[in-house]
Write a protein that binds this ligand. Structure first.
Ligand code: 6PG
Length: 246
């Protein structure tokens, strides 16, 4: 158990090894959630790094998770059609959800076919609040990656979305990534989680990891440094490439 509030860093030699260790941690979190209640609620991440973990959850660890009691949400989404090759929902379907017996009604993609991202953010916020009985969502686990620029979910450095304090989900317009229009959980929503796992691998991340773990990080430049759940734990699953400067 990590000391509340201080991120725990677990470094492994390779992406494969960190993904395996994260999968084992996820299985344990799911078990705990299902001992305490009737569901395990997770928010998935997009990007490439989680693909290895998703493949393991669909393979070696498939039988260790009670998929019928798993509720699947997303931490962010590109504002593209669900069958668009850039869709995080599509990536999770192809690498994980099409291969495990999670009921369709338990899979809650961010809506990306509404009149616009602002309406979609409001709709997803309503869906989350409804799922969490009118309370702010408190995910058992939020999976996050981190871009070389420091973005997490679709919270980009210096972006206005980082300042959002009252919304659970917000629309994002960014010049720093394609697609430029996205939906994302806000920092307060992320910080309401019981557990946050960062999955970060590759030498190209070493500079942003060092910025994030510096003594007085600037949360605008390194949003991940602001991920400090009030009642929750953060674990950074990294490979030696990304963690080389720690
Ligand atoms: C996305 C993700 C994004 C991702 C980072 C890191 O939509 O792309 O939500 O936040 O986690 O860009 O991506 P990699 O893991 O591929 O480096």
């Amino acid at each position: 158990m990590t000391q509340r509030g201080r991120p725990e860093v677990r470094v492994h030699p390779t992406l494969e090894a960190l993904s395996e260790a994260a999968a084992e941690g996820l299985v344990a979190l799911a078990e705990t959630a299902l001992q305490e209640g009737d569901r395990f609620t997770i928010a998935l991440s997009g990007g490439n790094t989680p693909r290895t973990l998703y493949g393991m959850l669909a393979g070696k660890y498939r039988a260790l998770i009670r998929w019928r009691q798993v509720q699947v949400f997303w931490g962010d989404e590109r504002y593209v059609a669900p069958d668009d090759p850039r869709s995080s929902y599509r990536m999770a379907r192809e690498t994980l959800l099409n291969h495990v017996p999670v009921p369709q009604e338990n899979v809650h993609p961010m809506p990306t076919l509404l009149s616009g991202p602002e309406e979609a953010a409001e709709a997803y916020e309503r869906e989350l609040m409804s799922h969490f009985a009118g309370q702010w969502p408190r995910f058992d686990l939020i999976l996050l990656g981190m871009g070389p620029d420091g973005h997490i979910a679709s919270l980009f450095p210096y972006n206005a979305a980082l300042e959002e304090e009252t919304r659970v989900v917000t629309a994002v317009h960014t010049e720093h990534a394609e697609p430029r229009v996205r939906l994302t959980l806000t920092l307060p929503a992320i910080n309401n989680a019981k557990n946050v796992y960062f999955l970060v691998a590759g030498k190209e991340k070493v500079a942003v990891v060092n910025r994030t773990f510096a003594d007085n990080p600037d949360p605008k430049a390194a949003p991940a440094s602001a991920v400090r759940p009030v009642e929750g734990d953060v674990v950074w699953w990294m490979d030696e490439g990304a963690a080389g400067g720690l």
